[in-house]
Design a protein around this ligand. Structure first.
Ligand code: AMP
Length: 494
């Protein structure tokens, strides 16, 4: 993604000119009443949802949106604590109600202003006075008119990539909302452009560090924030943002609603919720396992690092691969592996947190454009990547935390497609594999590739069904449709 200090695409037409007239009906698409419409969302947002081809809400959207929508402005809004995995549609679940409320309130205000104006004109006419003149529109691109932003909604994300993805989703959703502006604030981007683009932003999607940086230098004020969303709260704590979160909580204390989304609601998340939320409504969205049923997950045991490398090489020659992410455990492993893959002719690039943000953006864009086939990434850098053509995820280095396994495999099988997640593990990683199995409440199907079988055997013998046919299994991949590649825990243990 090239430049992600983003504005609403409607900006070109709408800067500053309030228009309170008709609700949007886009193109010739029929306004079919669906569950989104039944939630009472604004017509502009329904039009965007239609453009995105979201025909029905996902589970998390179905449950969270009605709870988050404020049906009565005099009543306090519900705070929400939602456990929901990546890929569940959680972004729209928090963006839609927030954008809806901002939009409706803005429209009411504009109506009020229009009424006052009409009254002023009437009075001037009745008194025979000169009619009042509307103030001239200022050129929004003129830097002299740039004022610090007072956003009314703030979404916090743990990583730059996730913030950029959420901002992009927000831009898609405000496509038909005149004058609603979205800005993205992440580290590693040039300050002047970011500051200029913050101008008049209604919704800011940010990583905590750069946000506080801009707040302290008074480029951005948080005192008017009404809605605070903490996305991937578990990751936020993992990355050491607890203090920043506490600061942002204080700076936005007069807000009316807080929503927190997290893969798990572990005790530390509950403690955080108790600190920053008012008796939140808790929503538990379906289990990890059920949700990932379109992703086939398999495991290959390896004797050592070289053996893993051979297995990966074998898999990467699979012609069914559209695009793939190969996960590495460390930045060093990530760089070395990407270089190694390039050397043997693969179109591969590395993505990790030590690279400049500009380079990370360019590499992600190359992946999105299909100019790169294989992304070798660390966990942090790959969070939030939403590229539907990623058909395979390879866990070359195992994740440090079990939750990361779920985040990793969620990079494939997106937008209703099937995906394949392949994990390579050495026998000394047995404990980690068991921890992952425990976390996802299922056991891996271990497979072998003829000619690349491990010489050792793990303590708990995996089912050694030889893979046949093409590398990558060809037909075996189609098996993703039959199931998710797991054995039920009880059967597998017996
Ligand atoms: P998220 O969990 O927010 O990262 O969303 C995962 C993917 O689901 C994204 O590609 C979204 O565009 C897509 N998505 C979100 N809501 C819907 C929906 N109601 N129908 C179809 N796709 C959706």
């Amino acid at each position: 993604m090239d430049d992600l200090n983003l504005h609403s695409p409607a900006d070109a037409m709408n800067d500053h000119a309030p228009d309170t007239t008709t609700p949007m009906v886009t193109e010739n698409k029929p306004a079919v009443p669906n569950a989104f419409a039944q939630m009472g969302l604004a017509a502009e947002l329904l039009a965007a949802v239609r453009d995105l081809n979201f025909t029905e809400p996902t589970n998390v959207q179905l449950k969270a949106i009605p709870l988050a929508l404020q049906d009565n402005a005099d009543k306090p809004a519900n705070d929400l604590l939602v456990s929901s995995q990546t890929g569940s549609g959680k972004t729209a679940a928090f963006l839609l109600p927030v954008l809806h409320t901002i939009l409706i309130e803005r429209q009411a205000l504009e109506k009020e202003e229009a009424k006052e104006w009409a009254l002023k004109v009437e009075q001037a006419k009745a008194n025979g006075e000169e009619l009042p003149k509307k103030p001239r529109r200022k050129n929004p691109t003129d830097t002299r008119h740039v004022k610090p932003a007072f956003p009314s909604a703030l979404v916090l994300c743990p990583t730059r990539e996730l913030a950029q993805q959420v901002a992009k989703d927000a831009i898609d959703l405000v496509k038909h909302c005149k004058g609603l502006r979205v800005a993205c604030v992440v580290g590693g981007m040039p300050y002047p452009l970011q500051i200029a683009r913050l101008h008049n932003a209604d919704l800011v999607v940010a990583t905590p560090g750069r946000l506080l940086d801009l707040q302290r230098s008074k480029q951005l004020h948080l005192s008017k924030v009404q809605f605070l969303v903490v996305d991937e709260a578990d990751r936020m704590l993992d990355l050491g943002f607890a203090e920043d979160l506490a600061d942002i909580h204080k700076l936005t204390e007069s807000r009316r609603q807080t929503m927190m989304f997290s893969a798990t609601i572990a005790p530390r998340i509950q403690q955080l919720a108790a600190r920053i939320m008012r008796t939140p409504q808790r929503l538990q969205i379906e289990s990890t396992q059920a949700q990932k049923s379109n992703i086939k997950q398999i495991l290959f045991w390896a004797d050592n690092q070289q053996h893993k490398r051979k297995l990966l090489d074998h898999w990467l020659r699979d012609t069914t691969i559209d695009q793939a992410i190969v996960f590495a455990s460390t930045q060093i492993e990530c760089d070395a592996l990407a270089e190694d893959l390039q050397q043997v002719g693969f179109s591969a690039v590395a993505l990790h947190g030590a690279l400049s943000q500009g380079l990370r953006n360019r590499r992600l864009q190359a992946l999105r454009d299909g100019r790169v086939q294989i992304l070798v990434a660390t966990d942090v850098a790959a969070r939030g990547i939403d590229v539907p053509s990623i058909s395979h995820v390879f866990n070359f280095g195992l994740p440090m935390k079990q939750e990361d396994y779920v985040h990793r495999i969620g990079r494939t099988g997106r937008a209703g497609r099937d995906g394949l997640a392949v994990t390579f593990a050495e026998f000394r990683d047995r404990r980690k594999i068991m921890d992952i199995e425990h976390y996802i409440q299922a056991n891996f199907n271990a497979e072998v590739i003829p000619g690349l079988e491990p010489t050792q055997r793990p303590a708990r013998a995996p089912s050694h069904e030889p893979r046949r046919g093409k590398p990558g299994g060809g037909k075996s991949f189609a098996g993703a449709k039959r199931g998710n590649g797991f054995k039920p825990r009880s059967a597998a243990r017996s």
